[in-house]
Design a protein around this ligand. Structure first.
Ligand code: B3K
Ligand code: ZN
Length: 871
């Protein structure tokens, strides 16, 4: 492990900045290896002090400093700071800094870098300091004027935030453009893009009648794949007006799609930069899931304009202020645009597969972290997705109108400011006159709460009592825990699967606000012992336990008034069966599988279950979900048990799968709800058919592969073929590669399919693919598709008991550490989650973590995760 330890920053240490900057004039002269930046800041001293001005700066070269036009030569420069003494009494001044940087060598994709020949920036969280010396913190808000100078032919488009106010030509084939952003913003929202693109244009008329210019920039030749993104943007703009009464503020909204990007997208004011994966789509190259994700991410970044940009974070510990709230908003948007139940199930899968895993690991942290070494490590499922669940609980507790009243007050109070999570909750509290002091603990407490539900029925008094108990285990980061406010929505079913009326208003569902360790409710005049249908809609991000019998689960699955609870009961039937299989004799195993499978027969026949929900109910819980349900897991047994149940469902219902496979009339591809659910069911049926070994399978697979007019059905074939005869799979994969070899985004799907194939020679296969002409370590999409997919999803390969999977990933991360630390720190996640596996594997995983830890020049990103996770 390296000897210089990176510093830990603490939330409790927050102090207001000594200086503020309220106006910035930036001038960029773009050159690949030697870009010049001139930054003129109007600086004000805050309060009375004699402290020096300490600016952040990293990986850039300083040329000169002037204060009010006078050159300064006494300053201190370190690897990460520039300290300038300011004369006493000099309370307002103009600071001019000139520096240079090398975008071409910037493989971290943070700051200013080149993506396939185009310049672009990524400043959140702390990337602006890689562009110029600055107060790189979100509570310094300034107005920006930006001039960009570059070669005109190679870079016809020069873009930045706000409005284009002037432009002109220069000698030597150069040109310049000046942008001005009238809104105050933190520097993490600054953006610059320069390149040659295809441009798709449109307009949007706001509810108040203003016309907004919409501009979508994509790689040359990709214009035909931009329409869905643009339509999604217009849908998002309309939705935010109708649902949240929020209107766009600038006169232009630009989105640029780039190929080299560390995450999904970035909400820079008026100039979003997107990973092209979340922009480009047409039927042939994108799946239904891609279409869905594009709409969601476009919505997410657009919604940030209010929740994040107009009101931003005081410091990075408050990240969930903007991310949790914006994820909640994009989830609501997606629910309104497509199937709300499928959408909710998808949200919950992320929580159970990945957020619960984070809680159980050494990276466990509250949605508002207390300590951070590398901020980029905290763009997590906890801050984002659990953050959104916390907002959703407020929505449940306050009701829609109370919630919206809180949002209104939040903007009235804080528009144009950098604030905290506490400020947000206070606005919710004040607008609703509801004490949220205990609720606030959700922001500071990490871990997955456990709720145990017990009940009792007294036939003499016809009284039913239901008891709820909350408990909280210590996590790696926090020993002491407190009780939280946990809203749990539920119903009671009688033995005819009818939901009982629970109060005088005849409601069939009710919500308990669990605040104490235990709370009980009593229901009178109940004729027989009811079955509770619990945690409707997943009203809280908790693990809930009730000792259901299989029979009871079947009743909830078939009769609950809540679609989510029905799906959840189906999942519990599957997971109980899978977890219990290992300890049984062969005969018992067979009986148990048979019994579970039989329970699903009515699902096929049911007429009150939508096709979309049916497909979800008939999908087994993922390995990752099952893994999170237990404290200790035998990986091989779990994997085998899941496969056995999978095969049994395939064989038992072979006829039904065949019927479902051909039940729908095939129309020309359109991304619309009915077609989406039909394709989902059809491809699920194809998977089961393949697994069942049906004699027609090969024909069906070949036929669908050759006839498909869309990527969803093409991938449906490959996903199914992967489960059956590997030689057919290989043949189809080869055809696919030949067809798409020039299209890296499509090829990513192919890399990913290879990476999660269950085969004994998987490591040599991946090694071979790393030599593919389209694979490069410098592009995060490629690395995530191949190496990320292997480490996150190839259970048998990654967890091979000989340790080869762990070593392979570690070797790769050691290389990636030098190229792109942020992406390396994402992919290390499965390796640091060793807590639930057996001792042998724990040792092997820790050994690899130590090897990575010994790397020369280990990044802060990996350092933080490794030091936290080694015992
Ligand atoms: N705010 C960005 C994420 C930035 C990540 C920096 N490592 C995208 C988003 O959440 O909308
Ligand atoms: Zn976001």
């Amino acid at each position: 492990m390296s000897t210089i330890l990176p510093a830990v920053k603490k939330r409790a240490d927050y102090q207001q900045p000594d200086f503020s900057i309220n106006h910035v004039d930036l001038e960029f002269t773009l050159l690949e290896t030697n870009t010049k930046v001139v930054c003129v800041s109007q600086v004000t001293r805050n309060g009375q002090h004699n402290n020096a001005l300490v600016l952040d700066g990293e990986g850039i070269s300083l040329n000169s400093i002037q204060i009010d036009g006078v050159a300064i030569s006494s300053y201190q420069l370190t690897e990460t700071t520039l300290t300038i003494d300011i004369d006493n009494g000099c309370n307002e001044f103009e600071l001019r800094i000139e520096n240079t940087l090398n975008p071409k060598e910037n493989s971290s994709l943070e700051g200013l870098y080149l993506s396939a020949g185009a310049y672009c920036t990524q400043c959140e969280a702390e990337g602006f300091r890689k562009i110029t010396y600055f107060l790189d913190r979100p509570d310094v808000l300034a107005k920006y004027d930006v001039t960009i100078i570059a070669d005109k032919e190679a870079f016809p488009y020069l873009l930045s935030n706000g409005n284009k106010i002037d432009y002109g030509d220069l000698p030597g084939g150069k040109h310049w453009v000046k942008w001005s952003d009238p809104f105050y913003k933190p520097c993490y929202l600054f953006a610059l893009v320069a390149g040659d693109f295809d441009l798709l244009k449109d307009t949007f008329v706001t509810q108040s009648g203003r016309t907004i210019a919409l501009e979508l920039f994509v790689d040359k030749g990709m214009i035909g794949r931009g329409q869905h993104a643009l339509d999604s943007l217009k849908n998002a703009m309309r939705w935010d007006e109708t649902e949240f009464a929020l209107e766009y503020d600038l006169d232009i909204y630009m989105i640029v799609a780039v190929d080299f990007f560390n995450m999904g997208a970035m909400e820079n004011k008026g100039l979003n930069v997107f990973n092209s994966k979340f922009v480009l789509a047409d039927a042939e190259t994108a799946t239904d899931e891609d279409y869905f994700n594009i709409e969601a991410v476009i919505g997410h970044e657009y919604f940030h304009n209010w929740t994040g940009n107009r009101v931003t974070c005081r410091d990075w510990f408050q990240l969930s202020l903007k991310e949790g709230l914006t994820v909640f908003r994009d989830q609501q948007f997606s629910a309104d645009m497509s199937s709300s139940i499928v959408n909710r199930i998808q949200n919950v899968r992320i929580i159970r597969e990945r957020q619960f895993a984070e809680d159980a690991s050494a990276m466990s942290h509250p949605i508002r972290p207390d300590e951070v070494i590398e901020m980029n490590n905290f763009y997590t499922v906890t801050v984002y997705d659990k953050g959104s669940e916390v907002i959703r609980m407020l929505f449940t507790l306050l009701g829609k109108s109370g919630f919206l009243a809180g949002i209104k007050l939040y903007f009235e109070r804080f528009d144009g400011q950098a604030v905290t999570c506490d400020d947000f909750v206070q606005a919710m509290q004040d607008a609703n006159n509801k004490d949220l002091s205990q609720f606030r603990r959700w922001y500071g407490q990490s871990g997955t709460p456990q709720v145990v539900v017990k009940d009792a029925y007294d036939p003499n008094t016809k009284t039913y009592r239901i008891d709820f108990e909350q408990s909280h285990s210590a996590t790696f980061d926090q020993k002491e825990k407190q009780n939280l406010v946990i809203p749990i929505q539920f119903s009671l079913l009688n033995d005819k699967r009818e939901a009982l009326k629970l109060n005088n208003a005849n409601d069939v569902q009710t919500t308990i606000e669990l605040k104490d360790t235990t709370q009980s409710l009593e229901f009178k005049d109940v004729n027989s012992k009811p079955i509770p249908s619990l945690l409707h809609g997943f009203t809280a991000p908790v693990r809930l336990n009730y000792e259901y019998s299989q029979q009871q689960l079947e009743n909830v699955m078939l009769g609950s008034p809540d679609e989510f609870a029905r799906w959840d009961a189906a999942q519990m039937l599957f997971s109980d069966c899978i977890h219990n299989l290992g300890a049984k004799t062969a005969q018992q195993q067979e009986a148990s599988i048979k019994e579970t499978v039989a329970m699903f027969e009515p699902v096929f026949q049911a007429t009150d279950i939508t096709l979309a929900l049916k497909a979800e109910m008939l999908t087994l819980p993922s390995f990752e979900t099952l893994f999170q349900q237990k404290n200790r897991v035998d990986i091989d047994v779990l994997n085998q048990s899941r496969k056995r149940l999978f095969a049994a469902l395939a064989q038992t219902f072979q006829k039904d799968w065949l019927a479902l496979y051909s039940a729908f009339e095939m129309k020309a591809y359109a991304y619309e709800p009915i077609q989406v659910e039909q394709r989902k069911m059809r491809n699920l049926a194809l998977k089961y058919l393949t697994l069942s070994g049906h004699s027609d399978t090969k024909t069906l697979l070949n036929e669908q592969f050759s006839k498909a007019d869309n990527m969803t059905d093409t991938l449906g074939v490959l996903n199914a073929a992967q489960l059956g005869d590997l030689s057919l799979f290989e043949k189809l994969m080869l055809e696919f590669e030949q067809k798409w070899q020039a299209d890296p985004l499509v090829l990513d799907k192919w890399f990913a399919l290879h990476a999660n194939t269950d085969r004994t020679d998987i490591l040599s296969r991946i090694t071979m693919l790393m030599g593919h002409s389209q694979f490069t370590i410098s592009n995060p999409n490629r690395v995530r598709a191949l190496i990320g997919t292997f480490s996150f999803f190839n259970v048998a390969g990654f967890h091979n008991i000989d340790g080869s999977g762990y070593k392979f990933v570690a070797d790769y991360l050691i290389k990636l550490n030098e190229v792109n630390p942020q992406v390396a720190a994402r992919i290390i996640t499965p390796l640091i989650q060793w807590q639930k596996v057996d001792e042998t594997r724990q040792q092997l995983m820790q050994h690899q973590l130590m090897r990575i830890g010994d790397t020369q020049g280990l990044s802060k990103d990996l350092f933080e995760k490794i030091t936290k996770s080694l015992p």
